[in-house]
Design a protein around this ligand. Structure first.
Ligand SMILES: C[S@@+](CC[C@H](N)C(=O)[O-])C[C@H]1O[C@@H](n2cnc3c(N)ncnc32)[C@H](O)[C@@H]1O
Length: 305
């Protein structure tokens, strides 16, 4: 029924833009969609009455005040992942955040944000996937916000691992999800929660569109990266290996170095290695049950029991 998918209404405001877009669309197709849309994106969104950026930015603002009560807002470094034309950046700036950085798959969208003078410190054009983004260091950000980007046709749930890598321990991850797509992301969100990687701070209904014929609400989530995720030794062990690897193979890209995590258990060390940029890691363990829990973290290529 059109009322459940809002297909006809989306068409009314955005034309045929989504016609050939599905959860199987490639990064190239998504980039093309937004490159073509960039010049008209703000105008069409205004017409449709889309209004989720301010409430989502406010969710993050409230959580940041709690998580970092003694840090000035301009000292909190925030990544706007899927920043587009910068509408969420504008809201963050209004709230007092000045150390904001933009990532987007579409250079044309970022160009519009630049032309508008949205005060991002960096504009990085790259897709957000499960792959490590070399422009951003592990734990570089105090928080990451992703407004209207975690849509199943754009970013797959596996990308949560990379989102988490870029945010420091104790930092926050804030994102919106469409009501009808929560179930697509929920399993990965829950897996990460069960594995102790992050904890949910809030999930709340936020306004989505003002137009009566489009969905009025979406969900806004805020998660906190759990300090306990790396235990007390997994992180230093991974860092030791990292610094030795750097000395022995100074020119080798981290994703080309093949690592065996022997006695991988539930994958805590693998997770730390992944956060450091290693993506070619295999897990070996005597216990299949331990490996089953490790699988939920999604950081190993092979699991050998
Ligand atoms: C609906 S727009 C939202 C833009 C902005 N956050 C806002 O609220 O106005 C989705 C944005 O995500 C970007 N995007 C889609 N898939 C992406 C991906 N895999 N990695 C990075 N950016 C992506 C698009 O280029 C677009 O700018």
């Amino acid at each position: 029924m059109a009322t459940t998918t809002y297909e006809a209404s989306y068409k009314k405001y955005f034309g045929n833009r989504f016609e050939n877009i599905s959860k199987n669309s490639s990064d190239e197709e998504i980039r093309h969609l937004y490159d073509k849309w960039a010049a008209d994106y703000d105008k069409e969104n205004a017409k449709a009455g889309s209004c989720y950026r301010k409430p989502l930015a406010e969710c993050l603002d409230a959580a940041l005040k709690e998580a970092f009560p003694n840090t000035l807002k301009d000292q909190l470094k925030i990544l706007d992942a899927g920043a587009g034309t910068g509408m969420t950046g504008i809201e963050l700036h209004k709230l007092g955040y000045t150390d904001i950085h933009a990532l987007d798959i579409s250079q044309e969208m970022l160009n519009i944000a630049k032309e508008k003078g949205v005060p991002y410190k960096r504009f990085v054009c790259t897709p957000l996937t499960e792959q490590s983004i070399e422009e951003f260091e592990t734990g570089e950000f105090d928080a990451l916000i992703s407004a209207g980007v975690l849509v199943k046709a754009h970013v797959r749930p596996a990308a949560f691992v990379e989102i988490i890598r870029m945010v420091k321990t104790g930092g926050l991850v804030c994102f919106s999800l469409r009501y009808n797509e929560v179930d697509d992301y929920k399993p990965k969100m829950t897996e990460l929660e069960k594995a102790g990687i992050w904890e949910k701070l809030s999930s709340k209904k936020i306004s989505y569109f003002e137009s009566k014929d489009l969905p009025s609400d979406a969900f806004g989530f805020v998660y906190k990266e759990n300090a306990a995720a790396g235990g007390c030794f997994n992180k230093p062990v991974a860092e030791c290996l990292d610094s030795t690897v750097h000395q022995v193979f100074p020119n080798a890209p981290k994703d080309q170095l093949k690592i065996l995590d022997a006695g991988a258990g539930t994958g805590l060390t693998g997770f730390e290695l992944h956060k450091l940029g290693y993506t070619n890691i295999d897990a070996l363990d005597i216990s299949q049950e331990m490996l089953n829990v490790a699988k939920e973290k999604g950081v190993y290529r092979r699991y050998v029991c």
